[in-house]
Design a protein around this ligand. Structure first.
Ligand code: HAM
Length: 417
């Protein structure tokens, strides 16, 4: 028995990679257009970063992290998300000195030990952005608009934007008291997880998908009706920026994200194509995180989006992504004696900048032509004994199937013109 890929992970095979290249190119193009600079942080960090950053009682920290000890007994964790690492890097590299507002983006794998199901993996890819250093509601709006621009460029439709404000430290504390008071006599109707949440993180009860909890919170006080003046104004301005850009969104006063760092704006973009795991992107403002991780009080906002979920939605909507063009040139040889000369020619072609390959399996000319077709070569250069004696090769246009003899010296000119 051969060893299989670990549960919740998957290979991205060569036949699918051009799709990933294309999608990643689009992501980078749009994020660059909006002024974000790429940052690459390590795939693992000290566990403490996520415990402090994401929140001790969150599902991610209590049950979904891949945590291990290094040889010196230090606790490390495979990154379950990108925001805490980006803030760590921002502080560690004193980025506030470069500019008051820093705009960063990242693309790469994240790791969460969740129960795998359609659209939910243990290793998955995210692309995300973080704007650190501004309280402007325009930044909140920009973050949402940037995500939508990526989806638009890829041709993804049928998306819904849900937004909420989860308030700040001040107004949320009062709201949590109100919520606890409301839930106090209704604890019996909560699921076992929400009974725990009631004690540790009552806000999360609002987000529970279980029927009995959903019913229980129907009449619960709403956070949006309990915001302080500053948070209320901020939320109104974010919405006004979105309206101004004709972005259709829905307010969901029960939207509470699974990470504790959010303040003020919280949002999710959901896709009708994804079933239970319908969140294609999520984000919001996190004005206290930089300070919680040891920096000066610094407001920030961002989002992250699941690439696999986006690909699933694109496939469901039958969006045809442009295929990567095939190889320029395939070099075929009529018999093995010509291997040396064919190889020399192959390298000469590659050195011009054209993409080129040949088959090393000693197959017949027919089988080599089959390979050339399969890899989508534009031309095949056929190297034969008789032609070589005249310093010539055969050049075959794979589309028109026309072929002609051509001097080796003229070949490169012909191919590159
Ligand atoms: P998140 O909502 O935990 O937010 O994840 C963002 C997106 O990652 C989700 O909407 C989903 O598309 C994708 N995702 C999450 N878990 C999985 C999984 N197990 N399998 C497949 N896809 C998944 C964050 O990670 C925050 N750091 C976002 C943020 C950035 N907030 C502010 N800045």
């Amino acid at each position: 028995m051969f060893i299989k890929v670990p549960k919740g992970t998957q290979d991205i095979l060569p036949e699918d990679i051009s799709k990933w290249y294309y999608i990643e190119d689009v992501i980078k193009e749009i994020l660059n257009k909006y002024g974000y600079k790429e940052i690459r942080t390590p795939f693992f960090e000290y566990t403490e970063l996520f415990v402090r950053g994401i929140g001790e009682s969150t599902d991610i920290v209590t049950k979904e992290m891949f945590t291990f000890l290094d040889r010196k007994g230090r606790s490390l964790t495979l990154r379950p998300e990108g925001t805490a690492p980006v803030v760590r890097a921002y502080l560690e590299n004193s980025m506030s000195r470069i500019s008051k507002v820093i705009k960063l983006f990242y693309i790469g794998p994240m790791f969460r030990c969740e129960k795998p199901q359609a659209g939910r993996f243990r290793q998955f890819n995210q692309f995300g952005i973080e704007i650190i250093g501004t309280i402007s509601p325009a930044a909140d709006a920009e973050v949402i608009i940037t995500a939508l621009d990526v989806y638009k460029k890829l041709g993804l439709k049928n998306l819904e934007i849900l937004i909420n404000s989860v308030g700040c430290k001040k107004c949320r504390a009062d709201y949590i008291q109100k919520l606890k008071k409301y839930l106090k006599n209704k604890k019996d109707s909560l699921c076992s997880e929400c009974k725990e949440r009631y004690i540790k993180n009552p806000l999360r009860v609002l987000d529970c998908k279980k029927g009995s909890c959903k019913k229980t919170i129907e009449e619960a006080p709403l956070i949006t009706e309990n915001l302080c003046q500053e948070c209320e104004l901020h939320f109104a301005e974010v919405k006004s920026y979105l309206n101004d850009q004709k972005i259709i969104f829905h307010e969901n006063p029960r939207l509470v994200r699974g990470l504790d760092y959010y303040t003020k704006t919280a949002f999710e973009i959901i896709s009708g194509e994804l079933g239970a795991q319908n969140a294609i992107a999520g984000g919001g403002r996190y004005d206290d995180l930089v300070e919680e991780l040891g920096g000066k009080p610094t407001p920030a906002v961002g989002f992250a989006a699941g690439t696999e979920r986006m690909i699933i939605a694109l496939e469901q909507q039958k969006v045809e992504l442009p295929k990567k063009k095939g190889l320029d040139i395939f070099v075929a040889k009529i018999n093995e004696i010509n291997q040396n000369k064919a190889f020399r020619l192959l390298q000469k072609i590659r050195n011009t900048g054209l993409s080129a390959d040949m088959d090393y399996s000693e197959g017949s000319l027919k089988s080599q032509m089959r390979i050339a077709n399969k890899i989508g070569a534009r031309y095949t250069v056929i190297v034969g004994e008789e032609e070589l004696s005249k310093n010539m090769v055969i050049l075959r246009n794979m589309q028109t199937k026309e072929q002609k003899e051509i001097k080796i010296d003229n070949l490169i000119n012909e191919l590159t013109s």
